[in-house]
Design a protein around this ligand. Structure first.
Ligand code: FES
Length: 177
């Protein structure tokens, strides 16, 4: 059973995890782990050690069991630099590399003025370090922008996607978002 007294997780996170726990037998709380980490990601945009430990406690799992899952799947972000940012992940594995991912990486670095692993000076974009295969090889080259897949990329297509994010930021800053 979940530990109701766990106070590090927000109520929203606990409610989200609870509705997943209901789907599994009581002794199979590990089945809700992926969803629990996703709930934390949704709120914080990254997984802090404190939150991962809280998830372990909530699901009655060992801390290492949670760390293993969090570090295995690249859609979980464990770098605080990504918190609150627009996150870009370009796959640079074989299929994407053969279809021009290096050109996409160069284009993004040039446009944002940063290298992989860095955040733009205004704090709006975080360009994750090189990704392994993200399982969309037939759409190579591809990237995730805020965890949404975009495939068959060209520099022009990347510009359109980034323009949309920038427009959204401007809209929010203008108080209309
Ligand atoms: S190699 Fe890029 S998605 Fe598989």
């Amino acid at each position: 059973m979940a530990t109701a007294s766990n106070s590090i997780l927000t109520k929203h996170e606990r409610d989200d995890i609870d509705q997943w726990l209901q789907r599994y037998p009581e002794d199979q709380s590990q089945s809700a782990l992926l969803a629990a980490l996703r709930a934390v990601m949704h709120e914080d945009h990254y997984l802090s050690v404190e939150k991962m430990d809280a998830v372990a406690e909530y699901l009655n799992l060992s801390k290492i069991a949670v760390y293993e899952v969090a570090s295995f799947y690249s859609m979980y972000e464990m770098d605080e630099k990504a918190a609150g940012k627009n996150t870009i992940s370009v796959c640079t594995n074989v299929s994407c590399m053969l279809n021009g991912s290096d050109k996409i990486v160069d284009h993004i670095e040039g446009r944002l003025g940063i290298k992989m692993g860095e955040t733009t000076p205004d704090g709006e974009f975080f360009f994750k370090v090189e990704e392994e295969c993200l399982a969309a090889c037939c759409g190579a080259p591809m990237m995730q922008l805020n965890h949404v897949y975009h495939e068959n990329l060209t520099p022009e297509k990347v510009d359109g996607l980034l323009d949309a994010v920038v427009a959204n930021i401007a809209k929010k800053e203008g108080g209309h978002g």
